[in-house]
Design a protein around this ligand. Structure first.
Ligand code: JFZ
Length: 409
């Protein structure tokens, strides 16, 4: 899990036929906003005409992400790679006429970016799959176990294809909620993946057989207690390309969310949705580039770090160097007053701003001689510390020690 813990940022890619009309991925027909037939008709309009896997990978590199996760098949059952299990792929059915995953995997590997494959276990297009529309099922699993076994074989064969064709570093499953671990044979799925690649990482959406948790869109308020986790989040409102979705998060908002994730020991998996022709919306390109600029300026506070000060010591996000002798505080660029740290029981060697190396004055306030409760640390911020979030680097004379008590006398 080490590369994952160190990666901090991943880019999620939702690409599929839903980008043709620019409607919600898979859920739009499942929830009957559009008929299944009309939804599937989008396949005729999918071209991948300007798809350039190298420039996608360049953009991801530029964003500062260390891994990417791309949809190999969403709930609609349309594969983006050349599956031999059925005909429902962009290779066989669309004008793209080629495997869209293989070139991307190659370009990621060329740039040392880890490869993640999203795969939906549930497949609302497969005739052997029980569930279909929100209020209709094809059959009851218990009433036709042979039919379900046929689907299981299909599903597991597709996972096997992905394993052998792309050898992903990370399997990002989805759609597990419609069936139990036993019904999916989750244990067997996990085992087969690890037989092929013992180092593969599996997300949690495999009914308990994964390696890390995946809160989605919803931001954790208290620090999650699982060791590894990743927040997946959209740049606007939808996962796939939606021409009417202009509700983008600002770069500053994304930086603030990102620092909060890593400050709490997690990763951010930030989503983009390319158009059917393979171009990435300009707003999303801009977000990734600007985020990358900020990350590259502050790398020291990001990649080689672990979760920062626990709740209560500092009102903001922070990270720690792995040897816990350096604290990195993330401070809004607009802040120009004092910042305060409570309960820091360690001698401060030096306080500076990352990037500019400006030295900051710090002062211990309210340390009582007869008490072992540490005083408050006040740090003077420079006026107009920076356009975006700044990082205050606190070097300690020894390893971090914190007082987390309730005061007293
Ligand atoms: C899932 C997918 O359904 C979604 O399309 C996207 O791929 C995202 C990353 O993962 O998100 C969910 C999962 C469950 C529900 C909604 C979205 N749900 O139960 O309503």
């Amino acid at each position: 899990m080490q590369w994952f813990a160190d990666a901090k940022l991943g880019i999620f890619i939702h690409w599929g036929i839903y980008s043709v009309n620019g409607i919600e991925e898979s859920w739009s027909f499942h929830n009957k906003k559009i008929s299944y037939e009309k939804y599937m008709k989008q396949i005729d309009g999918f071209t991948a005409n300007f798809y350039n896997a190298a420039s996608w990978a360049d953009l991801i590199k530029e964003s500062g992400a260390k891994y990417a996760v791309i949809t190999t098949k969403h709930h609609d059952g349309v594969a983006l790679y050349d599956t031999k299990q059925n005909d429902l792929s962009l290779v066989k059915k669309s004008l793209a006429k080629r495997d869209l995953i293989a070139p991307f995997v190659k370009e990621l590997r060329n740039r040392n970016i880890k490869v993640g494959t999203y795969f939906s276990l549930l497949d609302w297009s497969n005739k052997d799959y029980p569930e279909f529309l929100k209020d209709s099922v094809r059959y009851k699993l218990k009433s036709d176990t042979l039919r379900w076994q046929r689907f299981q074989r299909f599903c597991q064969n597709q996972i096997q294809e992905i394993s052998t064709q792309f050898n992903p570093d990370l399997f990002w499953f989805d759609g597990d909620w419609e069936h139990s671990a036993e019904e999916w044979q989750a244990e067997k799925i996990r085992k087969n993946i690890l037989v092929h690649n013992p180092n593969a990482i599996i997300n949690s959406r495999l009914q308990g057989y994964g390696d890390y948790e995946t809160p989605e869109q919803n931001f954790p308020v208290t620090r999650p207690d699982f060791k590894y986790w990743e927040l997946c989040m959209t740049t606007n409102n939808g996962w796939g390309y939606r021409f009417d979705d202009t509700d983008y998060k600002s770069v500053d908002e994304i930086i603030s969310i990102f620092t909060d994730c890593i400050g709490n020991g997690g990763n951010l998996l930030l989503d983009i949705g390319p158009k059917e022709d393979g171009t990435i919306p300009l707003q999303q390109q801009n977000i990734l580039k600007e985020l990358g600029k900020w990350i590259h300026q502050n790398e020291e506070a990001i990649y080689a770090t672990v979760a920062g000060l626990p709740l209560g010591h500092f009102y903001g996000a922070s990270t720690l160097s792995k040897d816990s002798s350096t604290i990195y505080l993330f401070v809004s660029g607009k802040n120009s007053g004092d910042i305060v740290i409570k309960g820091l029981d360690a001698k401060i060697k030096k306080v500076s701003v990352l990037g500019t190396n400006e030295i900051l004055k710090s002062k211990i306030v309210g340390k009582i001689s007869w008490s072992n409760v540490p005083g408050l640390v006040f740090i003077k911020m420079p006026e107009n510390a920076g356009q975006r979030m700044s990082v205050v680097k606190i070097e300690l004379a020894r390893k971090l020690k914190l007082y987390h008590g309730k005061g007293g006398y």
